[in-house]
Design a protein around this ligand. Structure first.
Ligand SMILES: *Cc1c(COP(=O)(O)O)cnc(C)c1O
Length: 460
């Protein structure tokens, strides 16, 4: 049984509301057919509870909205840049800031300045846009996450950890000079939002330092990762989220950041580094792809809202509620026997489509179909994270076959209530009772890059 006292009530009150409505089942059937069974192609207005992503869907606070009015939109030398730079130096501990339009803008620049053609880029599982930019710059991504991360059923802490032996083997086989850098993601999105332990970060730092290999964080969900460390890693329960963040980032040389997640804003990102020479190179490229180094891809007001968001994100009450609301949905589903990725991660609940739809083979896209059917059943929009997202091998043209075949129910920050989570759980549970009626899909349109965003399907 679930004990409701374990789940803190919202640590905020609501000052502004947005009406949502549920369209009829017949309408939803038409909508999903017209969207080619791809939940990315559904209009927001046709969705009741939108769990497509936690990216840019954050609710900003009154203070952030006030910050928007403090925008200094000067072309050069905006005071908002200096505020954001100072905030990042204080809260994350990196020296230099390059603002970008979002996380992939930072990945684009980092991949260009830090990868030489043919170099290897080890990482704790891939992320779609991150790997794309690495490969576009002729880097070779190598997954060095611990094996357990690929097993949806193993309920163990810190499944996002790098396997140090895999990393050591890669260095031994390829030579340290052929490793561009280690990309360390906190938390690991595609593993189900699984965190990395502080101990692992320290060990990765120690190992790479021996060879002069740099470590760049994908810091996108660093605050969520910090909460897991405080909650579950020995020696950290008395440390503040802010102190934990500073220690985490002391084990890296820089980071890419999608501000649309843990910075509590709707748009923006950045690249950070300590190295002067790399910073000079990054500034040369940011003017080509984004904008002047003092705003990069962001308006002054957006940098201001981000600076405030970073400070709010480390407040314990905020992050505790955030993590526990996600956990609440996961525990509800588990209690009803729904197969999910365990343990429940930081930003969403991942339904295990292999066990939900054992009658659909992976090349008939079970997770894609499950997401489409959940929308029809409940008006809830999730997204596929499985074979469609994984794409094709650049060299052979074959589909990658990831072990994890999931539907991600991602919870926007500060947007929905526990009652909304109940409605989501009810929809999944009803669908599970009728799961044998779910059928596989095939492509009718498959784009070459990042196909999950715009692909279209039909029912087999
Ligand atoms: C969202 C995300 C990115 C890319 O950031 P965008 O702001 O969407 O460009 C990179 N890495 C991870 C882990 C992400 O979740």
């Amino acid at each position: 049984m679930m004990n409701l006292h374990e789940y803190p009530a919202e640590p905020f009150r609501i000052k502004s509301v947005e009406t949502v409505k549920m369209i009829s089942r017949e309408e939803r059937e038409r909508v999903i057919r017209e969207a080619g069974y791809n939940t990315f192609l559904i209009n927001s207005e046709d969705v009741y509870i939108d769990l497509l992503t936690d990216s840019g869907t954050n609710a900003m606070s009154d203070r952030q909205w006030a910050a928007i009015m403090m925008g200094d939109e000067a072309y050069a030398g905006s005071r908002n840049f200096h505020h954001l730079e100072k905030t990042i130096q204080e809260y994350y501990g990196f020296k230099h800031l390059v603002p970008t339009h979002q996380g992939r803008g930072a990945e684009n620049i980092l991949s260009q300045i830090a990868i030489k053609p043919g170099q290897f880029v080890p990482g704790n599982m891939y992320f779609t846009t991150t790997r794309y930019h690495q490969e576009r710059n002729k880097g070779i991504f190598v997954d060095v996450i611990r094996d357990e991360a690929h097993d949806a059923t193993l309920d163990i802490p810190f499944k996002g950890d790098i396997d140090l032996q895999k990393l050591q083997r890669l260095i031994d086989e390829k030579g340290a000079e052929n490793i561009a850098y280690v990309c360390l993601a906190v938390t690991v999105n595609l593993a189900g939002g699984q965190p990395v332990s502080m101990r692992n970060m320290r060990d990765v730092r120690e190992l790479t330092a021996k060879y002069g290999i740099k470590v760049f964080f994908d810091a996108t969900r660093c605050v969520e990762n910090a909460y897991f460390i405080k909650e579950q890693e020995e020696g950290y329960s008395d440390m503040s989220i802010r102190e934990i963040l500073r220690e985490m980032f002391s084990y890296g040389d820089g980071c890419t950041m999608s501000g649309k997640k843990d910075c509590l804003v709707n748009i923006g990102g950045f690249l950070c580094m300590n190295d002067e020479e790399l910073f000079e190179k990054a500034k040369e490229l940011v003017v080509v792809y984004e904008g002047m180094p003092s705003y990069g891809g962001m308006a002054g007001r957006d940098m201001e809202a981000m600076a405030v968001g970073i400070k709010e994100s480390v407040q314990y009450e905020y992050i505790e509620h955030r993590i526990k609301q996600v956990r609440y949905l996961g525990e509800k589903l588990k209690a009803a026997g729904i197969p999910i990725v365990e343990p429940v991660g930081g930003h969403g609940v991942f339904i295990d489509a292999r066990r939900f739809c054992p009658h659909i083979p992976q090349n008939h896209f079970p997770a894609q179909s499950l997401a489409a059917n959940l929308y029809v059943e409940s008006g809830v929009r999730g997204m596929e994270r499985g074979i469609v997202s994984a794409g094709r091998d650049k060299a052979t043209g074959e589909n990658h076959h990831p072990k994890l075949e999931t539907v991600r129910l991602t919870i926007p920050r500060r947007v929905y209530t526990y009652r909304h989570m109940d409605v989501v759980a009810d929809g999944v549970i009803r669908l599970y009772a009728n799961r044998d009626k779910i059928r596989g899909l095939r492509f009718v349109y498959e784009p070459k890059q990042l196909r999950f965003f715009t692909a279209r399907f039909e029912i087999i």
